[in-house]
Design a protein around this ligand. Structure first.
Ligand code: DHB
Length: 401
């Protein structure tokens, strides 16, 4: 492959592999500072913009979208949420973020964040090659790394850069460029997955509902006034074909049922997907002229919606150190990336894993496990200290930049 004919050679300071939120936000931040990038992604623009992902932005991340000039659409079309509801023991328990920690979050789906970032690249004249194949990242241990790929029209591109950023998601090929004997991979698998649906129905609740029941976890989120996003815990090998609408609604209703008579408003299921997840971190996040960002370096279970926020935070810290590196400081500036990004990453790893274990039921769990978990939920929701802990973690941590 390396010997194949190259049709186009481009030179830019930074080549970015992956056009998700981490890659595009990084390109946007660098572009604002006058630093050129080429971003490449194997997926099509349509493919990325229609893949459902999480929906919660920390207030700082929403503000960054506005203040860095990506778009102010989040303020117009997003919804500010000042709390969430935990449901367990058949009762609702509100976690009031505003009252507890003076913070809020924004319900604004990742698909919208992507659309805003992709539109901003178009508007600002940034280059993004979607739908590419045969990607190669070469010479990352030199100061002249290159990315080669084939565009959808069959032309072979070479992007010569000073730095390459691997923002190529949870199945990253870039992270494999850190030699096996020089990297550590930390991870944890979970014995359950999420069954995610989009349903055509009016909202069932004003705020997000995180429900724990003896039957397992469910999350009631929303998208628009007419379309809702919901999830329920399922087996990792569950097949969507085994789930007609009736069975989905019966399962969701049983998980949110309670003495207050709460019921979800049902409607046709438009989309169904089984989402497998794990906890994962690779260190180091930088190898020579390569830096990893977002899911390529770390993934979290979806409970608490930290993944997108972490990706945007990586982009913020990395843009900052890349500008210093390119501005004359050289590679030593990049030494600051991992420590600044990693502190928040491990806090998020802890929170995501904790919230997952708090709300799900383990297959094969004993009656002791179930009752102990209810005790923990009472300790969290029933004390101001517990609610404050959850509110602080959910609404995010100070930036490391
Ligand atoms: C959504 C997803 C999450 O994982 C979460 O914790 C909250 C909301 C969502 O898709 O809306």
């Amino acid at each position: 492959m390396a010997e194949a004919t190259i049709d186009t050679v481009t030179s830019v300071p930074v080549a970015v592999v992956g056009a998700g939120p981490a890659g595009l936000m990084l390109a946007h931040r660098l572009g604002r500072a006058g630093v050129g990038t080429v971003v490449v992604d194997t997926r099509t623009r349509h493919g990325i913009s229609t893949t459902q992902r999480a929906g919660i932005l920390e207030a700082d991340a929403a503000r960054d979208l506005v203040e860095t000039g990506v778009s102010d659409r989040v303020l117009r079309e997003g919804h500010e949420h000042e709390g969430i509801e935990l449901r367990f023991g058949g009762r609702p328990h509100r976690i009031d973020f505003k009252d507890l920690v003076g913070a809020s979050v924004w319900l604004y789906p990742q698909t919208d964040v992507f659309t805003d970032l992709a539109d901003a690249r178009d508007r600002d004249g940034g280059t993004v090659l979607y739908g590419i194949r045969d990607t190669e990242v070469l010479d990352v241990t030199t100061d002249a790394p290159r990315v080669r790929c084939t565009a959808p029209d069959g032309t072979r591109h070479e992007i010569r850069a000073r730095y390459v950023v691997g923002a190529d998601g949870s199945r990253s090929m870039c992270r494999d460029l850190v030699p096996e004997e020089r990297r550590v991979r930390y991870g944890k698998e979970y014995p359950f997955a999420w069954f995610g649906i989009m349903a055509e129905a009016p909202p069932s609740a004003a705020e997000l509902v995180y429900a724990h029941s003896e039957h397992g976890f469910a999350l009631i989120s929303r998208r628009t006034d007419r379309v809702q996003r919901m999830y329920f815990q399922c087996a990792p090998d569950e097949s969507v074909d085994a789930w007609p609408d009736d069975r989905i609604w019966e399962t969701l209703q049983a998980r949110v049922a309670g003495e207050d008579g709460f019921r979800l408003t049902e409607g046709p299921v438009l989309e169904r997907t089984v989402l497998r997840f794990r906890s994962f971190v690779q260190e180091p996040m930088r190898w020579g002229s390569l830096a990893l960002a977002g899911d390529a370096a770390h993934t979290v279970p979806p409970t608490g919606a930290r993944g997108l926020n972490l990706a945007l935070h990586d982009a913020k810290v990395l843009a900052h150190v890349l500008l210093r590196a390119l501005g004359g400081e050289g590679d030593t500036a990049l030494d600051d990336y991992q420590p600044r990004a990693l502190r928040r990453i491990w806090r998020a790893q802890n929170f995501s894993s904790w919230m997952t274990r708090l709300l799900h039921t383990e297959p094969g769990g004993t009656p002791f496990d179930l009752r102990r978990r209810l005790g923990e939920l009472e300790n969290v929701a029933g004390t101001r200290a517990g609610r404050t802990y959850l509110a602080e973690q959910y609404t995010g941590w100070p930036t490391g930049a």
